[in-house]
Design a protein around this ligand. Structure first.
Ligand SMILES: Nc1ncnc2c1ncn2[C@@H]1O[C@H](COP(=O)(O)OP(=O)(O)O)[C@@H](O)[C@H]1O
Ligand SMILES: [Mg+2]
Length: 256
């Protein structure tokens, strides 16, 4: 009996998936956890989810920043797919854009950036509206919400290091099981280190064969200087010729 039910469930979910593919064409192809959850890459993101779960067994991790030494290492792709992987196990997830200078997260999900984090920090939210009104739900991905960047401020670092932002993050922690924060590269700015300082853990994305070794070392040092809790290193863009497709992405626990 149970195996029949199981088979029935499987068929139903297969049909749903095709439907989702059809309606959600605006979702970036990089959101592989959504578009192709059975792919080896999606499996690798699930492994990341598991490993992060084990990384700090004693301390609950509620806020995780994703950063990397340089632009285009794969921060946003990692943050999005990691967030989706958590939403898929029924965690209530919020993905927050903290790249206030070059925000892109909203484009990954095909949503607007008319109002977002900077409006909240800058007190531009009128009429005492609950902040949850400014968090956007992603209809195709249950349990996932996004807080986009908002307007481009003249002083992103100050905004991110403000008490207001910290307080706001505390408020959000009450509403969500886990908050994943996408940040700018560590090497160019202080923003990533600032955000990492106030989160429970950081994932450091390194693009294999692309990220400059020296940049990787200084990024790690900047994060450590900011007292960041580096949960691990995520390797992206691994040359497929040098390994199987399973190596699309890898995760290694962090060691000093
Ligand atoms: N694990 C990966 N393997 C291969 N390509 C990737 C991977 N992650 C990201 N990319 C590609 O790298 C590019 C930059 O990714 P993005 O996540 O926007 O980088 P960042 O946020 O660090 O600037 C995108 O075109 C994306 O398709
Ligand atoms: Mg990015």
């Amino acid at each position: 009996m149970s195996s029949i039910l199981y088979k029935k469930e499987k068929v139903v979910s297969g049909i749903e998936l095709q439907h989702k593919r059809f309606v959600a064409r605006e979702l970036s192809k990089n959101l592989i956890m959504f578009h192709d959850p059975k792919s080896p890459a999606a499996e690798a993101y699930r492994t990341l989810r598991t490993n992060v779960g084990f990384a700090n067994i004693d301390n609950e991790i509620k806020t995780i920043a994703v950063t990397s030494p340089e632009p285009s290492d794969g921060k946003s792709t990692t943050a999005c797919n990691f967030a989706i992987s958590l939403a898929q196990i029924d965690k209530k997830v919020l993905l927050v854009e903290c790249d206030l200078r070059k925000p892109k997260l909203h484009r990954y999900f095909g949503i607007g950036n008319d109002v977002g984090l900077t409006h909240i920090i800058a007190d531009m939210i009128f009429d005492d509206q609950p902040v949850m009104n400014f968090v956007k739900k992603i209809p195709d991905i249950e349990n996932l919400s996004i807080l986009t960047a908002g307007f481009t401020p003249p002083n992103p670092s100050e905004m991110l290091s403000s008490q207001k932002f910290k307080n706001f993050l505390d408020l959000l922690k009450e509403e969500f099981d886990i908050i994943v924060i996408d940040t700018p590269p560590v090497a160019q700015l202080t923003d990533a280190a600032i955000v990492s300082k106030i989160t429970d853990g950081v994932l450091l994305v390194i693009a294999s064969g692309k990220t400059n070794a020296q940049a990787a070392i200084s990024a790690k040092q900047s994060l450590l200087n900011a007292d960041a809790n580096i949960l691990g290193v995520v390797l992206t863009k691994i040359d497929k010729r040098s390994g199987s497709y399973y190596n699309y992405y890898n995760y290694s626990s962090y060691e000093e």
